[in-house]
Design a protein around this ligand. Structure first.
Ligand SMILES: [Fe+2]
Length: 265
């Protein structure tokens, strides 16, 4: 155990349910931001930065240097603030290498160019990178999209859109390139980690409780309503397909995807 464990702060956006994180190494004051949100008014088609500015205020209040801005995937529900944060505070924007497939698919569907994206680093499965004196590792967890990564930083894993909190189940798998069977295997990969592993979700849509975003492998195995221990791949895929057929497209889907395939707004 390190003398100074990593520090983790979550920021829940009640409008999109997204949880953004600032994680830092107290020994070196180096920080990462995971999945930052740019506030976006669809009616006015205007972005604003209150949520991202809260992350910057936290970095400043704790005298942190922003080393990385990490995206778990190309989000369809919110515009990423990655480019804004990089312009304000520096740092390198990273996402999974399979972003190329997402860019190609969405480019074909919508006629969007995929060149000149805003990413500084594309990470492959199992690749490690430094956060101050800490080693972080990217884990490929496709299914929600083909390019999803989870980020393991010491005993914490930021799991993106795979599992939600145990009472929220799992992420949808019906976007272009989504695959319920792949999502099941990604979830099992995460739940094969040591039971005490801390898991931090990307979204929480609380119904009748406060927003929460931290759980553990053991809690998910015991209680996740879609993927607890004992749920088979066939059961999961049937549930996911039936449920996805009832879900509406996210409100901000088009502006979010268009911005996020090139590093956000
Ligand atoms: Fe997502």
């Amino acid at each position: 155990m390190r003398l100074m464990p990593i520090a983790i702060e979550g920021f829940h956006d009640p409008i999109t349910g997204t949880v953004s994180y600032v994680v830092h190494d107290p020994a070196t004051r180096q920080a990462v931001v995971i999945d930052p949100v740019l506030d976006y008014d669809l009616t006015a088609q205007r972005a604003s930065t209150a949520s991202a500015d809260a992350l910057l205020a936290y970095l400043s209040a704790h005298s942190l240097n922003l080393q990385w801005i990490l995206e778990t995937h190309v989000h369809a529900d919110h515009v990423s603030a990655a480019r804004y944060l990089r312009a304000q505070a520096g740092g390198m924007i990273a996402i999974g290498e399979h972003i190329r497939e997402v860019q190609a698919t969405l480019g074909r569907l919508h006629g969007w160019p995929s060149e000149d994206d805003g990413f500084d680093r594309l990470l492959r499965d199992g690749e490690s990178f430094p956060v101050g004196s800490i080693e972080a590792t990217a884990l490929l967890v496709p299914g929600h999209t083909p390019a999803d990564l989870a980020y393991r930083i010491e005993g914490a894993v930021f799991i993106g859109d795979t599992l939600f909190m145990p009472d929220g189940g799992s992420a949808r798998a019906d976007f272009p390139g989504g695959d319920a069977a792949a999502l099941y295997r990604s979830i099992r990969r995460l739940l094969a980690l040591p039971p005490e592993t801390r898991l931090f979700v990307c979204h929480d849509y609380p119904a009748g409780r406060e927003a929460r975003w931290e759980t553990t492998v053991a809690e998910q195995l015991a209680a996740n309503i879609h993927a607890h221990d004992g749920v088979s791949e066939a059961e999961f895929v049937a549930m996911r397909r039936a449920r996805d057929a009832t879900l509406a497209a996210p409100r901000l889907m088009k502006p979010a995807l268009q911005a996020n395939i090139r590093g956000g707004g």
